[in-house]
Design a protein around this ligand. Structure first.
Ligand code: HEC
Ligand code: HEC
Length: 233
């Protein structure tokens, strides 16, 4: 019995120590959580900053692009893509792809490498604010093109384009799926061939999905779906 008090004291002091170290540990956890939250907020605000482009500045900077992509982003020649209406984040990512070498083109790369981060944001904002003037689909190719776009090619595992690019080819800016609507068939066919050949590698961050899909397409299917996309509105 006489042992009880020291034992109790020891117990209670052990409990107190344990509680103290627990609350210390807790405050460490809270400190760590606060640090993580602060870093996250910081990242969010720099992300928000990163996404601001000025349409007016972009318009001024687009003068040198207009020779090929048109004053309003509707290009003059079928080999050169129209940029009007394209999601700004996608345009920025493609310009970066020319800078890193994931895309390469004799005409385009030289223009892209000269652009700074703010230039790309401004130009992308300007083009997003323009309206695409769609061409038409070749009536002879439209039924094959539509079938591939809407249903894919089941026997070869070609996924339907509609799943990512949407029923009218508007894409999905949140998922980084580009707008295809109204794009020149000649450019679309060229870029699909570039994915198939592996010379365009800008889909690295999206599971190489375009390289995978285009590798399964036959040339007549590629031409038909490109023509169908040109007619989408
Ligand atoms: C001499 C003609 C020419 C000029 C000038 C030019 N481009 Fe291009 N651009 C092209 C061609 C050709 C392509 C397609 C290349 C390819 O297949 O990768 C292209 C592709 C692009 C793409 C990719 C589009 C897509 O749908 O993936 C963007 C974005 C772009 N250009 C923006 C610009 C901007 C911004 C400027 C001005 C700073 C500019 N271009 C100047 C010819 C040009
Ligand atoms: C699983 C989603 C998915 C499917 C299905 C899909 N795409 Fe894509 N597509 C993407 C993504 C993501 C990109 C952007 C990749 C990059 O950054 O290069 C893209 C890019 C493209 C581009 C390049 C646009 C440009 O101007 O830069 C074309 C053209 C295209 N897709 C056509 C098609 C066609 C045609 C089909 C159907 C045969 C198809 N896609 C099916 C996700 C998809």
């Amino acid at each position: 019995m006489y042992n009880l008090r020291p034992l109790q004291r020891r117990r209670s002091s052990t409990v107190t120590d344990a509680f103290r170290s627990l609350s210390n540990a807790r405050s460490d956890v809270f400190k760590a959580m606060a640090a993580v939250a602060a870093a996250w907020l910081c990242a969010q605000s720099s992300l928000a900053q990163e996404l601001i482009g000025s349409v007016a500045d972009g318009q001024a900077k687009s003068a040198e692009c207009a020779a090929c992509h048109g004053v309003d982003g509707n290009s003059i020649t079928a080999e050169w893509p129209s940029l009007a209406g394209q999601h700004a984040a996608y345009t920025v990512r493609q310009l970066r792809a020319y800078q890193t070498g994931e895309r390469d083109d004799v005409l385009m790369t030289n223009f892209a490498v000269e652009l700074g981060e703010q230039d790309m944001l401004d130009l992308a904002a300007y083009y997003e604010a323009q309206t695409i003037i769609p061409g038409g689909a070749d009536p002879e190719l439209v039924s094959l093109g539509e079938s591939i776009y809407r249903s894919g090619v089941a026997e070869r595992g070609v996924v339907a384009c509609i799943a990512c690019h949407g029923p009218s080819g508007r894409g999905n800016p949140l998922a980084a799926y580009p707008m295809l609507q109204g794009q020149h068939a000649t450019y679309t066919a060229n870029t699909l061939r570039a994915y198939a050949a592996g010379t365009r590698r800008s889909d690295a961050t999206s599971n190489q999905m375009m390289r995978t899909i285009t590798a399964l397409l036959l040339e007549d299917e590629l031409l038909a779906v490109s023509s169908y996309v040109q007619g989408l509105r």
